[in-house]
Ligand binder design. Structure first.
Ligand SMILES: [Zn+2]
Length: 221
């Protein structure tokens, strides 16, 4: 059954509807300031999650100065407003965040985007790269490997660019609508080696297709 809004969609615009409301400075100062302390978040949960439930849960998880305010703007999608910029930065730094083992994706607010049109198709993860030769535990190698998975944002190394330890950690912005990769082959001086990835704070993934989240359509495999 088509909704009234869908049926209306087939009609062409009337002259009255084509009039554009134009304002020089899109939004007032107050709303802009509030926007700068806000982010848009989506819980990738099949069931409906109310703003109090997600608000209470995140209040326990986030170590910030004051409780963030949640406003529902779409199903399972919220504007999250922080008391201070420092709180917002802290939450941004600590991504990804999970709610009941599913992702709570957070994207910066730009004042223009319509919540319904935000893709929520990427998120930041810390990946531990295991079994790397010591000679490859560096900023360069971290960046090469990280960029092969998504967009490498940071490599956890000492000030000299060396990251010796049990693993090399890289922060990567990853697309969610593809199967998660378990590792990579690297070629070091003619030797082919398999290196293994471990994801920190990995949510429940779909074991059929390996994706972290599905859209409204669900699993396509
Ligand atoms: Zn799937």
């Amino acid at each position: 059954m088509e909704g009234l809004e869908d049926m209306w969609g087939h009609l062409s615009l009337t002259e009255e509807e084509e009039v554009i409301i134009e304002v020089d400075n899109g939004s007032g100062e107050e709303i802009q300031r509030k926007g700068e302390r806000s982010m848009i978040g989506k819980v990738c949960f099949e069931r409906y999650v109310g703003k109090d439930v997600i608000g209470n849960t995140m209040a326990r998880i986030w170590r910030i100065s004051k409780r963030a305010v949640f406003q529902e703007v779409e199903r399972n999608t919220f504007v999250v407003t922080f008391a201070t910029h420092a709180d917002k930065e802290r939450v941004l730094e600590g991504k990804p965040w999970l709610f009941d083992n599913v992702l709570f994706i957070l994207v910066p607010y730009d004042g223009i985007m319509q919540p319904r049109r935000i893709a929520f198709d990427h998120e930041t993860f810390w990946i531990q790269i295991h079994r790397l030769p010591l000679g490859c535990m560096s900023t360069e190698w971290g960046k090469w490997i990280g960029d092969s998975v998504g967009r490498c944002m940071e490599v956890d190394v000492e000030s000299d660019g060396v990251g010796w330890g049990k693993c090399l950690r890289v922060k990567v912005e990853m697309l969610l609508c593809k199967a998660i990769v378990r590792g990579r082959f690297i070629n070091v001086q003619g030797k082919k080696l398999w290196i293994h990835f471990r994801y920190e704070k990995l949510p429940k993934i779909c074991f059929t297709c390996g994706w972290i989240t599905h859209g409204e359509e669900g699993c396509s495999v």
